[in-house]
Design a protein around this ligand. Structure first.
Ligand code: ADP
Ligand code: MG
Length: 562
């Protein structure tokens, strides 16, 4: 085939493909336009999962009648004027592509009125062609109706999922923007039925409650930190509350919901040792940086961004979250309720009945963030320590608590130098597969710093000469097994450094076990040591060390007046 310049219509369809992938992208672009227009009320109506009809109406600044056709031209925008503007974007849109892209692949009606004009205008566009425009009476604001999406690009239609799946994507986008812009009244309808109407909220926490339930909103810890020009605000879940995936790690950078790899990593690093492996927290963070520090012009969909100083942002987020955890994380209250794993199904209005036991009013029994002095009462099941605190009854898991104490002790010792080693009177010969011998060799320096001394003894045997001093003889072999596993998995990211993992394994084996009877003095010693920890609430693997039964809760359970 000879080389030809493509027909403009085809060019427009190709370009549209990058912006409008599915109904949710249309909803996203239209809602962004409404937000950019300064709307205080945004109404979204969906039919047939967005394929049949999408209507987004706002009460924003409208488009003057004479400019309305231009809004649908490619690369037409009111949001950029000079080349420098591109490097200090303060609006959600700026590429002037969305309306053109949508109009290229659907039948669009636009009704709009700028407040300074007495009459509005109505415009009809199909497959990129303006069919008609005439005066139209309406209050100030804009209403865009998109029908028969992809009617002229049947190939695209085939890639769409069923109505339910497309609808969930739309709901996700709307709830993200509803969260980010709590002061805007959002209304969502599917097939004529109202899904939600969220009146303007004074602060995002109320929006969180409306979208996720008050239980979650009340449990979250506040993050508020400013570091140089970076501001990190929002909410995160306390230790002891986690979920199976990263879906609720949500970030708004300068008001834009972004998908980024680095930001979740910063959060997970801050939670280091506070989460069980494979579990993730909730985090809703607003990150504000000067607009010139972030490049949003990475992709037409504007979901990915680049930071000018990614390391600085990483540190700011990590520190902000870490500080919130350290200073405000409460000791988990004993509760018998499961939190929702995902936002409440917003299609069915949330009716939730939580057991009365946890229905505390906010502020009441606000948990202390450090462990108070505890009076040890005794031990049950040779596994748990019962203690009394100024504000309730405490239950400690002796093994988890001891692991935490050892972990912080050894980590602090490592800051100073190698861990004390204990030579074995009788060196141990251990059989190891050859490939693991080389792993041990590769990590020799680190292992020695942790107190292990060994040398190869034949092709598949090592001779262990010294071990970390805190290990008892019985624990040596199991630690060695863990060690080999840790080394093999050392390439798995996001589980902390290899050294931290090795230390955790040592602590796990060195800590008192469940089933071990402790004297009162031993228990007191352990509790005192836990009180001195920085992060006393979980063991280094993320399991809780201590649970609190608030006095008020006990009184209520026994039917006492308070
Ligand atoms: P961009 O948002 O990148 O500027 P769009 O194609 O989404 O590009 O919109 C083009 C222009 O149309 C915008 O710059 C804006 O001036 C106008 N516009 C679009 N939607 C609205 C709206 N809801 N209210 C007011 N003006 C709008
Ligand atoms: Mg736009």
């Amino acid at each position: 085939m000879p080389i030809r310049i493509l027909e403009p219509e085809l060019v427009a369809q190709i370009a549209a493909g990058e912006v409008v992938e599915r109904p949710a992208s249309v909803v996203k672009e239209l809602v962004e336009n409404a937000l950019d227009a300064g709307a205080s009320r945004i109404e979204v109506e969906i039919e047939g999962g967005g394929r049949r009809r999408i209507r987004v109406a706002d009460d924003g600044c409208g488009i003057p009648a004479a400019e309305a056709p231009l809004a649908f031209a490619r690369h037409a925008t009111s949001k950029l004027s000079s080349p420098e503007d591109l490097f200090r974007i303060t609006t959600l849109g700026f590429r002037g592509e969305a309306l053109a892209a949508i109009a290229a692949v659907a039948r669009v009606t636009c009704r709009t009125r700028a407040p300074q004009e007495t009459l509005g205008t109505e415009l009809r566009i199909e497959g990129g062609k303006i069919l008609e425009q005439h005066p139209f009476a309406r209050p100030p604001g804009t209403e865009i109706i998109v029908e028969d999406l992809f009617f002229n690009t049947p190939a695209r239609l085939k890639f769409l999922k069923g109505e339910g799946a497309e609808r969930r994507q739309i709901d996700l986008w709307i709830s993200r923007y509803a969260l980010a812009y709590a002061h805007v009244h959002f209304i969502l309808r599917h097939n004529g039925r109202e899904v939600f109407s969220l009146p303007a909220a004074r602060e995002p926490r109320y929006r969180l409650a409306a979208l996720y339930g008050t239980e979650l909103a009340e449990a979250l810890l506040e993050v508020a930190e400013e570091e140089g020009t970076v501001r990190v605000r929002g909410w995160i879940s306390p230790p002891g509350m986690d979920r199976p995936d990263r879906q609720e790690l949500v970030f708004f950078v300068n008001g834009r919901w972004v998908q980024d790899r680095m930001l979740p990593a910063a959060i997970l690093q801050a939670y280091h040792t506070l989460l069980p492996s494979g579990r993730y927290p909730w985090a809703f963070l607003w990150i504000d940086v000067p607009p010139e520090q972030v490049d949003v012009n990475v992709h037409p969909a504007k979901i990915e961004i680049r930071f000018r100083d990614p390391d600085g942002i990483f540190r700011a987020v990590q520190r902000a979250v870490h500080r919130a955890l350290r200073e405000t994380a409460p000791i988990p209250v004993f509760r018998s309720v499961e939190l929702p794993e995902r936002p409440l199904e917003i299609s069915s209005p949330p009716t939730q009945a939580f057991p009365e036991i946890i229905s505390q009013t906010p502020g009441e029994e606000s948990s202390p963030s450090a462990l108070p002095p505890l009076r040890v009462i005794g031990q049950i099941q040779a596994s748990y320590i019962i203690a009394e605190g100024p504000d309730g009854l405490y239950l400690l898991d002796q093994h988890a608590a001891h692991e935490r104490v050892l972990y912080e002790t050894l980590s602090a010792q490592r800051q100073e130098g190698p861990l004390p080693a204990q030579p074995l009177l009788q060196p141990l010969l251990i059989d190891v597969p050859p490939e693991e011998i080389s792993l041990l060799e590769e990590n020799r320096g680190l292992l020695e710093d942790l107190g292990f001394r060994m040398e190869p003894f034949g092709p598949h045997t090592v001779r262990l000469q010294a071990v970390p001093a805190i290990l008892s003889t019985e624990a040596i072999l199991s630690v060695f097994q863990d060690l080999l596993m840790d080394l093999q998995e050392s390439r798995r990211p996001m589980e902390g450094t290899l050294e931290a993992r090795l230390i955790r394994s040592i602590c796990k084996r060195a800590a008192v076990k469940a089933g071990q009877v402790l004297s009162l003095e031993q228990m007191q010693h352990l509790v005192r040591a836990l009180e001195r920890c920085h992060m006393p609430w979980t063991c280094p693997h993320g399991r809780p060390t201590v649970l609190r039964f608030p006095l008020g809760q006990l009184a209520r359970q026994f039917g006492r007046e308070e």
